[in-house]
Design a protein. Structure first.
Length: 270
């Protein structure tokens, strides 16, 4: 469930930051967005597998996926996708009108992201724009609209974070990707990966500080930002980009980063 966590956690940051000073985050919204994250991450996987079924057959790690393996037909997967999106719509309709429009606007990113690896070496950037939409949506679900001085830095921080963890993830498949002609930041950065990841991490931390200052966050928040920085530094320093198992371990550990930051937001609010 690592991908579901990485989609959900930016929503929790935004919901937490939008809570009134001295108050806990809205548990109903946290629950609603949790259900939405499961459904939309699932829908994203279905769309991805539909676009990539021919590629997936040629990559060892993905050859057993249901569409690639022929266990599920294209028609069956489209019916399943319709069910996923219908349930996700039910979740979206529980929000205010501003958030319904804002949430619906993300669907174009969800649909087109899987195509990006065919045309650019930066599909991870498009994934970041897609996966961190909750950093905007969580705030608007609580407040009725976005406070851009908080939401945009938070969103940008999330995009930088995605560039870190998904570049690490992409290093798992780089040999297969070269053979089948799929692009990624892992292939773009090559041996310079750690320098790029360090730059993205610094940009993430600075953006989190800006978001915190713009909504009057307190000491526990900045302590958690420092802990996030330490975690990222350790991840990058110890990363072995030529060992798929290490790449997976580092990728999955990013859940801890998201939880650390959420904890700091809650404590900072209190």
């Amino acid at each position: 469930p690592a991908g579901t966590w990485l989609l959900y956690l930016p929503c929790t940051w935004s919901i937490g930051l939008a809570a009134a000073p001295g108050c806990l985050p809205d548990w109903r919204m946290l629950s609603l967005f949790g259900v939405g994250a499961v459904l939309m991450r699932g829908a994203g996987c279905t769309i991805n597998d539909l676009w990539d079924r021919d590629y997936d057959r040629q990559v060892a790690r993905t050859a057993s996926r249901p569409l690639a393996a022929g266990d599920v037909s294209t028609f069956q997967s489209l019916v399943f996708l319709g069910g996923q999106l219908s349930l996700a719509l039910c979740v979206l309709l529980c929000l205010n009108y501003y958030s319904i429009i804002l949430g619906a606007a993300s669907l174009s990113l969800v649909i087109t992201y899987p195509l990006m690896k065919r045309i650019t070496y930066w599909p991870q950037l498009v994934l970041g724009l897609t996966f961190n939409w909750g950093a905007l949506l969580g705030w608007s679900a609580i407040k009725g609209s976005c406070e851009w001085s908080v939401c945009l830095p938070l969103y940008f921080a999330g995009v930088m974070w995605t560039l870190v963890y998904d570049t690490i993830y992409a290093h798992q498949d780089k040999r297969d990707d070269i053979m089948i002609g799929v692009k990624s930041t892992a292939l773009q950065f090559k041996e310079d990966t750690k320098q790029w990841l360090s730059g993205f991490s610094l940009a993430m931390l600075l953006s989190l500080c800006v978001a915190g200052m713009n909504c009057n966050q307190t000491f526990p928040y900045y302590s958690s930002v420092a802990a996030v920085g330490a975690h990222l530094a350790h991840q990058i320093y110890t990363l072995d980009i030529d060992k798929p198992e290490d790449c997976w371990k580092k990728f999955a550990s990013n859940r801890t980063i998201g939880i650390l930051l959420f904890t700091g937001i809650v404590l900072g609010n209190l």
